[in-house]
Design a protein around this ligand. Structure first.
Ligand SMILES: NC(=O)c1ccc[n+]([C@@H]2O[C@H](COP(=O)([O-])OP(=O)(O)OC[C@H]3O[C@@H](n4cnc5c(N)ncnc54)[C@H](O)[C@@H]3O)[C@@H](O)[C@H]2O)c1
Length: 439
């Protein structure tokens, strides 16, 4: 039971509208999946909000409610979807093209997916180079485009009957950019929007439109987007929760499972070579060196931050870490990722670990999208604002306060997530000390 110390959380009444830039493989697998689960055609495997429990109090208390019963989350029946894409395909057509889900399953959820027609995108081929499409806002400055997006948001809210909204970026990975002077303050950023500053990426225009409209924003790709002082300032000023970056699925998910385990035992590591083949549109965009560089940055930083070579130089100082992604159309969304890990033990004796993960990218990403939109909506109703570090669990490159290194160990991330939920409901934190069981 919540105590008087619990956080006030507004109820999750009415509909939650989910706005998605990028009606591609991940977003359509998510939307089709939600529709399938609503109809009893599948189980939301991989989703904490739908399947996980949370332990409360002592182990002897036997209190382990479902997370969905412990905190007030929007129900799947109350979710409505909208989005933008540079292609005009409906969500049904985009899902069929992505070839992630079986045609027989897609047919059963065709009606709601066919009704999702992407709004005209804000697109810039300097930021995503390998694709081009007709469904794009053509005229006006970047500020005009932000205003058009805000109008799209208002229209979607009124036509869908949504009471609250959340936006999640599921569009292609943009080319690598570092924060520039135009990202320094909100004033600089707004000036840059009016002057069409080339350093402002489309994803930042969407994020700006969302935050100005009071809509929480999550970034599923590794682009800079909200990880810039101007947009952080806007999120804080408007009291809107944000999170990112880059869904933690596939190979990096494996890394964050294994690396903390090896480090926990103080085993050394001299090399980690990761390579992938994938054949979906994401793979095609990542063929571009600019987009790959953005991805590479989040993928490479993970090991460095888990292993902390500055604290353990004799174990990790000479680690050679490389990540490759190869576009290979025959595999479609069914990616294959190989890892060769060179480790060493007692007295430096070498050993090797090989992983061959035949995964399905969008199948792994869809439940993350669901959890993120439900938790961001919860955060908003609980009055949390700015970066939501407790959602690091879902990201390869978790956003943190400036100057704070991110926590990449997935089990620490999970503990942080669950403790945040306990804190919201006024329950005791769980430290796993457990001495009192032996008194
Ligand atoms: N699937 C995973 O496991 C995974 C993991 C981490 C990150 N991601 C990221 O999630 C994103 C989506 O992945 P996906 O497999 O669905 O890719 P996808 O190529 O199937 O879909 C992306 C869609 O975004 C559209 N798009 C591009 N720029 C746009 C813009 N400015 N506005 C609106 N739409 C735009 C494209 O036309 C495309 O339909 C990618 O950035 C990917 O890197 C995916």
């Amino acid at each position: 039971m919540p105590t008087s110390d619990s956080v006030r959380i507004a109820p999750a009444d009415g509909k939650l509208g989910i706005l998605i830039p990028g009606i591609g493989a991940v977003s359509t697998t998510f939307m089709a999946g939600v529709e399938a689960v609503k109809r009893g055609l599948g189980v939301p495997v991989g989703s904490l909000t739908q399947l996980a429990t949370i332990r409360l109090g002592k182990r002897t208390d036997n209190r382990t409610p479902y997370i969905r019963d412990f905190v007030p989350l929007a129900k799947l029946d109350g979710l409505v979807f909208g989005g933008w894409d540079i292609f005009e395909d409906t969500a049904y057509e985009a899902a069929a093209n992505a070839r992630v889900l079986e045609p027989s399953l897609l047919e059963k959820v065709r009606e709601p997916l066919d009704a999702i027609r992407p709004m005209k995108a804000v697109f810039d081929s300097e930021y995503v180079r390998r694709i081009n499409g007709p469904n794009v806002k053509q005229t006006g400055s970047k500020m005009d485009k932000a205003e058009m997006l805000m109008e799209d948001i208002r229209n979607f809210k009124s036509t869908s009957g949504a009471d609250r909204l959340v936006m999640i970026w599921c569009a292609s990975t943009e080319v690598f950019h570092r924060p520039a002077p135009v990202h320094a303050t909100l004033k600089d950023f707004e000036c840059g929007l009016m002057k069409n500053d080339p350093e402002i990426a489309p994803s930042q225009i969407y994020a700006y439109a969302a935050l100005k409209s009071g809509v929480p924003f999550a970034n599923g790709a590794p682009n800079l987007t909200t990880d810039a002082p101007a947009l952080l300032e806007l999120a804080r000023d408007r009291e809107i929760p944000i999170c990112g970056k880059d869904f933690k699925t596939g190979q990096t998910f494996m890394k964050t499972l294994l690396a903390p385990g090896l480090k926990a035992r103080m085993l050394g590591m001299s090399g980690w070579f990761s390579t992938n083949i994938l054949g979906n549109r994401d793979g095609e965009v990542l063929e571009d060196p600019g987009s790959f560089k953005t991805k590479e940055e989040t993928k490479l930083s993970v090991l460095e931050q888990i292993l902390q070579p500055h604290l353990y130089p004799e174990l990790y100082k000479n680690l050679y870490h490389a990540v490759r992604i190869n576009y290979y159309p025959p595999r479609g969304d069914a990616k294959e990722g190989w890892d060769n890990i060179d480790i060493f033990g007692w007295l430096g004796y070498p050993m090797q670990i090989k992983i061959d993960f035949l995964c399905r990218d969008s199948i792994l990403a869809a439940p993350l999208v669901l959890d993120l939109v439900l938790f961001l909506d919860l955060a908003q109703r609980a009055g949390l604002k700015g970066i939501q570090e407790w959602l690091s669990f879902y990201f390869k490159g978790p956003m943190t306060a400036p100057g704070l290194y991110p926590e990449h160990d997935i089990f620490i991330q999970l503990m942080k997530l669950k403790n945040t939920l306990r804190w919201m409901r006024g329950e005791d934190m769980i430290t796993h000390l457990g001495l009192d069981y032996y008194d």
